[in-house]
Design a protein around this ligand. Structure first.
Ligand SMILES: NC(=O)c1ccc[n+]([C@@H]2O[C@H](COP(=O)([O-])OP(=O)(O)OC[C@H]3O[C@@H](n4cnc5c(N)ncnc54)[C@H](O)[C@@H]3O)[C@@H](O)[C@H]2O)c1
Length: 449
């Protein structure tokens, strides 16, 4: 416990390696109690943090400026730290196998600057075995120190949900694990400083790694179930959201909704388990199928949009469609692995003009990396269809009459008869954001998952 006391008395420092969606809130939280060094290889990110700027919106300017965190890209600063938390990305490669290169590079950086008596904790999501079988040998090799004797290692999965102001880092139980009891106790004490909800001490590092990766994989499977049944219910002309609402009255019904599964976690983590299974000749069929179902949803949504446009007597080529929301999920600025990109690409292949509005996404980044211009919602006009892709709170507040005003035909012809050749408009409400009782079905073809 000597190290814990030194950290608390600010005689030693803690470092956070990787200051992204997870690392930055973690660094800010620890900085209320400890001396924190925040290290990231992205120099412009570091410069922004120093100025109090966080484009992910996870941190506000005053908390960044007042935090006293030493933001740095200089790895020498890690030499002054005795407790390191590594929280770098764990993406997949093009073939959906794990890309451990950021984790390996971060591990080498820490190892190069490691001193005896230090503790290294991994928070990145991995498959069971990565910390002990891959990372520890790298640390030993680079530092020439011995694990268990010269330094300790632990794992504590990150469970925050960016954009979620209810389930926060502090009020979610934190799983911790260590290579031995001594490390488990120190790591637990350190996290207890910031986690109000308490610590769960896992029996081993592999158990903690597995616990995290199954949390997200289970969610992927459950969402795949809802996606599959929503396709059936659409064919049966049954409102899926009404079915789910009715079924949710049973106490043990798992209440999820169908939708796109993108992002950095749920759409990625199952591949880590699938990969590990393959190395052991074990096919994880349920996970594989769920990934397939969820990945195909963007194509299903585009197919359904085209069918609705045809039913609405629209000429597909040169139709103008507005998409509301491009981030991978609601109330979050993260666009990584967003399936809305697939929708945009497929619609464009039909010759459809696509315009996109998202108040949370980074417009400069979207322009330079995807050549997508974001427009303000007030600027949307003359459209033939709208896809409510991501139900940001911002969109939920829009009165339906304002949505109607965005349409080409609706502006021109206020009332319709039941004439079958009359041109209608199309609303694709992926997440059933709108109140269906308010929809003007005479003038609109409405579709939701
Ligand atoms: N974002 C989430 O919602 C979430 C939730 C739970 C767990 N996780 C897991 O946490 C980990 C981090 O995710 P994130 O969303 O914070 O990623 P992120 O991309 O937002 O941030 C990672 C940061 O690490 C930096 N980085 C990359 N390589 C580095 C290196 N070698 N040295 C130092 N810094 C380096 C990047 O520049 C980036 O700023 C992943 O394993 C992810 O699966 C993420």
């Amino acid at each position: 416990m000597e190290l814990y006391n030194k950290l608390k008395n600010k005689k030693e420092k803690i470092s956070i390696i990787g200051l992204g969606y997870v690392g930055l809130p973690l660094a800010l939280s620890f900085s209320k109690y400890l001396d924190v060094v925040g290290f990231d290889i992205n120099k412009s990110k570091i410069e922004n943090y120093k100025k109090g700027l966080d484009i992910t919106n996870e941190a506000d300017t005053s908390s960044l400026i007042n935090s006293k965190i030493l933001f740095t890209s200089n790895e020498d600063d890690l030499q002054n730290c005795k407790f390191h938390i590594i929280v770098v990305p764990t993406p997949t490669k093009c073939d959906n196998t794990p890309d451990l290169s950021p984790l390996i590079e971060a591990t080498k950086t820490v190892a190069r600057n490691l001193s005896k008596g230090s503790v290294i904790v991994y928070e990145s999501t991995v498959y069971p075995g990565v910390t002990e079988d891959i990372c520890i040998p790298i640390i030993e090799n680079e530092s020439k120190l011995k694990c268990g004797i010269d330094f300790k290692v632990g794992y504590s999965p990150e469970r925050i949900n960016p954009g979620d102001k209810i389930h926060t880092l502090e009020n979610t139980v934190k799983i911790v694990a260590g290579i031995d009891n001594e490390s488990l106790n120190i790591i637990s004490k350190v996290y207890e400083l910031i986690i109000e909800a308490g610590i769960y001490k896992a029996e081993s590092i592999k158990i903690a790694e597995a616990a995290k990766v199954i949390e997200n994989s289970q969610r992927d499977v459950n969402i795949a179930f809802f996606n599959e049944i929503s396709i059936l219910f659409n064919k049966l002309n049954i409102d899926t959201s009404a079915v789910i609402k009715a079924a949710s009255t049973k106490w043990n019904f798992i209440n999820l909704t169908p939708g796109l599964v993108g992002g950095h976690c749920i759409g990625i983590d199952p591949y880590y388990l699938i990969h590990k299974g393959k190395t052991l000749n074990t096919d994880l069929n349920l996970l594989n199928t769920s990934r397939l179902i969820n990945n195909n949803m963007s194509k299903y949504i585009v197919d359904s949009t085209i069918k609705c446009l045809i039913k609405a007597n629209k000429k597909i080529k040169n139709c103008r469609i507005a998409i509301l929301g491009i981030t991978f999920k609601e109330d979050c600025s993260d666009i990584r692995n967003s399936k809305v990109f697939d929708i945009i690409k497929d619609l464009k292949e039909y010759g459809i003009e696509v315009i996109v509005s998202d108040p949370l996404a980074d417009s400069t980044y979207l322009k330079s990396n995807y050549n997508i211009d974001l427009i303000n919602i007030e600027e949307i006009e003359d459209i033939d269809g709208i896809i409510l892709a991501v139900p940001h709170l911002h969109f939920k507040d829009i009165p339906i009459s304002n949505i109607y005003k965005m349409f080409k035909v609706y502006n021109q012809t206020p009332s319709y008869t039941e004439h079958e050749y009359i041109e209608k408009n199309v609303i694709i409400d992926i997440k059933s954001m709108l109140n269906k009782t308010l929809i003007d079905f005479n003038n609109f073809i409405y579709w939701s998952l």
